[in-house]
Design a protein around this ligand. Structure first.
Ligand SMILES: [Zn+2]
Length: 329
C-alpha cells in the first residue's frame, strides 16, 4: 500500500486541500468555501468532510493516509496545534483545533502558520529546493513571512517569528492592522497598493485610474494598478515606485540582519514582478552592506497557489518521521 498525507491550506475565504505523496506529487485537489460566517463548527465540519472525501478517493487507489498537515493564518501554538488567534477566524481564540479534529478522525494532525507552510512548500518543491536557509515573503492581501534556517522554520519563542510584513519601513507611515505604523504590509501588499491607489484617486490627479474604474472607488483593484502601470500611466507607476521602494527597504533589513543567500517572493502581488523587482533590488542594494546585498538572490516563488498545500503536507510528513521524502526540508 502506498502511503500519502493530506495538505490543507485553510484561508478565510477558501479551504484548499489535496493528497500529497512523499515525493511531493499532488492529486485529488478539493477547494470549497470556508464558511467562516457560519461559525467554528461549520469550518471544522468542512475540514473533516474534505479529509474524508480525499481519503475515500485515495483509498480506492490502494493508498493509505498517514497524517494531515494544516496551514492557517494567525498565531499558532504549532507544537500543540492550538490557534491562539487568527485575523480570518475571529472567534478562534485559543482554539484547540488539533484535538477537535482528532475527536472525529483518528489521525495525527499537524498545524502551523500559513506563511510558514508556504515557505516550507517552496523549500520542499519550489524556488528554495536546493537551499538550506532562505526567507519567503507572500505578498497577498497581507504579507506573510517565513524564515527557514538550516532546513527548519524559525518559529520564535511565541510562534510569531518571521513576521516580515511587519518590519517597519516608515516610522510615520499608515496605521497597520497589527497596531503598529508604517509596516511593510501597508505598502507592499495588495491592501497597501489599493490604499495608495485610493489616496491617488482622491487627490484628483489620477485620471487614468478614475477612467479605468468608471469613477467607482470600490472598483479599484491591485490588478487595475498593474495594468495601468504597464500601459505607462504615471500615477499607477508612482504607486508601484512607492511599493518597490518600501519593499527594497524591508529586504535591506533582512539582508543586513541575516546575510541570507535567497529571498523568495510569492503571492498575488508577485504577478506585478516585472514592474517592481528592478527598483526593489536597487533600493535593497543601496541600503544593505555591499557583499551580502550583492550575494542575495531575489527570486519569484514557483509553487503558486500550491505552496501552502505542499508545505502543510511536508510538515505532516516530517512529523510522521516519514523517510521517503525528497527535497531539503
Ligand atoms: Zn504591522
Amino acid at each position: 500500500m502506498m502511503n500519502y498525507v493530506i495538505g490543507i491550506d485553510l484561508g478565510g475565504t477558501n479551504i484548499r486541500a489535496a493528497a500529497v505523496t512523499p515525493g511531493g506529487e499532488i492529486f485529488h485537489r478539493i477547494k470549497i468555501s470556508s464558511e467562516v460566517e457560519k461559525g467554528k463548527e461549520r469550518v471544522v465540519k468542512n475540514l473533516l468532510d474534505m479529509i474524508e472525501e480525499i481519503d475515500r478517493r485515495a483509498k480506492g487507489e490502494g493508498r493509505r493516509l498517514i497524517s494531515v498537515g494544516l496551514g492557517i493564518p494567525g498565531t499558532i501554538f504549532y507544537d500543540r496545534g492550538v490557534i491562539a488567534q487568527s485575523p480570518n477566524f475571529p472567534d478562534w481564540i485559543d482554539f484547540d483545533l488539533k484535538s477537535r479534529l482528532a475527536k472525529d478522525i483518528s489521525l495525527p494532525f499537524f498545524i502551523d502558520n500559513d506563511a510558514n507552510a508556504a515557505a516550507i512548500g517552496e523549500g520542499w518543491q519550489g524556488a528554495g529546493r536546493d537551499e538550506k536557509s532562505f526567507c519567503c515573503l507572500t505578498l497577498g492581501t497581507g504579507i506573510g513571512g517565513g524564515l527557514v534556517f538550516n532546513g527548519d522554520i524559525w518559529h520564535g519563542e511565541d510562534g510569531m517569528g518571521g513576521e516580515i510584513g511587519h518590519l517597519i519601513v516608515d516610522p510615520d507611515g499608515p496605521a497597520c492592522g497589527c497596531g503598529g505604523r508604517g509596516c511593510l504590509e501597508t505598502y507592499a501588499s495588495a491592501t497597501g497598493i489599493i490604499r495608495m491607489a485610493k489616496e491617488s484617486y482622491y487627490s484628483g490627479d489620477a485620471v487614468g485610474l478614475r477612467e479605468r474604474s468608471n469613477n467607482n472607488i470600490d472598483a479599484v483593484s491591485s490588478e487595475m494598478i498593474y495594468n495601468l502601470a504597464k500601459e505607462g500611466d504615471y500615477y499607477a507607476r508612482d504607486i508601484l515606485r512607492a511599493m518597490s521602494r518600501h519593499l527594497g527597504i524591508g529586504l535591506a533589513d533582512l539582508v543586513n540582519l541575516l546575510n541570507i543567500g535567497l529571498i523568495i517572493i510569492g503571492g498575488g502581488v508577485a504577478a506585478a514582478w516585472d514592474l517592481f523587482i528592478t527598483d526593489t533590488t536597487k533600493e535593497m542594494r543601496e541600503r544593505s552592506y555591499k557583499v551580502p546585498g550583492e550575494r542575495v538572490r531575489i527570486v519569484r516563488a514557483s509553487c503558486g497557489d500550491d505552496a501552502g498545500i505542499l508545505g502543510a503536507a511536508c510538515i505532516a510528513l516530517k512529523h510522521s518521521n516519514f523517510k521517503e521524502r525528497g527535497g531539503s526540508i
